[in-house]
Design a protein around this ligand. Structure first.
Ligand SMILES: [Zn+2]
Length: 397
């Protein structure tokens, strides 16, 4: 592979060690395995995955712009050091991801490239309404989405249903009306932007697919009719399986009971729902919901891929596709990302073992390259497993 570090792109890919190109520097990767950098289509870069488990009772102090911004900078560095080279952020208080993206582009902070959504859209008092836009009715949705795009977002994130991490609602609640949902998608698409729907229960997922969202986030429960609609619309699913699993596994004494109870009710349904989508050939784009309890910006993205293999019936190769080319397609950047081919950006990782044989090896330390330059070096010759955000295990399935 020949890369041009001026443009950051791959110039040539071939077999063997010879090339007609004049090269300044050679990196020998004999015996190593190379794949495109990990992409994560569902993150909350300004959120704090450890907040919930400090002592379980700590006063929420994370709502200041300064606090969230500092965490975003930390999360960005963590992500790139674990091989995540592109994220789609789908909800950040204060539009912090817009500023973070600029700082990353300028080279002022380390981290993956960022696709932004700014503040997410909720109904008044709805899911995610804490740090997002609260809008009701078609006119407010239209105005709000236009405002978000004026502020510089790349993608629109809309909370179509209720969810887990808010008390007094369930994943099955429908929040936005079909007209409101359609309006958001219409405005985003008119400006060439994508739109992502947080949609968990089957009825809400159906509404979101019908409204034309490019990606359905979570999809806890889908039936055959929904699958047929997804096929017709070319909809992508972003599972975020680790989000509920981390709460299930580690959250017993720290995550509030009302949230954990919803996880217990929904987690098996969710695994079955994603398995069904995989079997039906619905394209899956890796996303973790990084920023939720015990679900951070380290190896969680690679672990999410392991969950797709272990709990949703993917082959390791399918899981790798989900975190690379499928993400790039879902984000409409597949002309420049997601594959190691000439013309694409040279964002890739290199490791000692073959992830096609064992998907979990991606969680080991690795070399990370961004625009053809190594930005993280594997720390020891013998690859060690890097930790995720974890706590005391209290349940596994
Ligand atoms: Zn989320």
């Amino acid at each position: 592979m020949v890369v041009d570090t001026e443009t950051g792109k791959i110039v040539e890919v071939g077999n063997g060690s010879s090339t007609n190109q004049v090269v300044d520097e050679v990196s020998d990767m004999h015996g190593r395995y190379v794949m495109p950098g990990i992409m994560n289509a569902h993150t909350h870069i300004a959120s704090i995955p450890t907040y919930w488990w400090n002592d379980g009772k700590e006063q929420r102090h994370s709502d200041s712009r300064e606090f969230n911004t500092m965490f975003a900078v930390r999360n960005m560095a963590d992500a790139i050091d674990h091989g995540i080279t592109y994220i789609r952020n789908v909800g950040a208080a204060f539009d912090i991801d817009i500023e973070i993206k600029k700082m990353q582009q300028k080279g002022w902070i380390r981290g993956p490239k960022v696709m932004t959504s700014g503040k997410a859209f909720s109904i008044t008092g709805g899911h995610g309404s804490g740090g997002g836009y609260e809008v009701d009715g078609v006119d407010e949705v239209r105005k709000g989405v236009r405002q978000a795009m004026k502020n510089g977002v790349d993608n629109i994130k809309m909370m179509v249903t209720g969810g887990v991490l808010k008390n007094g609602e369930t994943p099955d609640d429908i929040q936005f009306t079909p007209e409101e949902a359609r309006t958001a998608v219409e405005e985003a698409h008119h400006k060439g932007k994508t739109a992502a729907a947080h949609a968990q229960g089957n009825a809400g997922v159906k509404e979101a697919v019908e409204a034309g969202f490019d990606t359905i986030e979570h999809a806890f429960d889908i039936d055959d009719e929904t699958i047929a609609m997804m096929k017709e619309h070319g909809t992508y699913v972003v599972p975020t399986m680790n989000a509920m699993y981390a709460i299930y596994k580690y959250g017993k004494d720290t995550v509030p009971d009302w949230a954990r109870e919803k996880v217990i009710v929904n987690i098996k349904k969710h695994f079955a729902s994603i398995t069904k989508a995989v079997q039906a050939g619905i394209p899956i784009a890796t996303g973790t919901d990084a920023g939720t309890p015990y679900n951070g910006f380290g190896n969680e993205s690679a672990y999410e891929m392991e969950l797709y293999v272990e709990k949703a019936g993917m082959t390791p190769a399918q899981a790798i596709d989900s975190a690379t080319i499928n993400c790039a397609r879902a984000m409409h950047i597949d002309d420049q990302y997601g594959q190691i081919i000439p013309g694409n950006f040279a964002d890739f990782i290199s490791m000692e073992e073959n992830p096609i044989d064992d998907i979990s090896v991606i969680q080991r330390d690795k070399d990370v390259y961004q625009n053809g330059t190594r930005v993280h070096a594997q720390t020891v010759a013998e690859a060690v497993k890097q930790s995720r955000v974890t706590g005391k295990v209290n349940a596994v399935i």
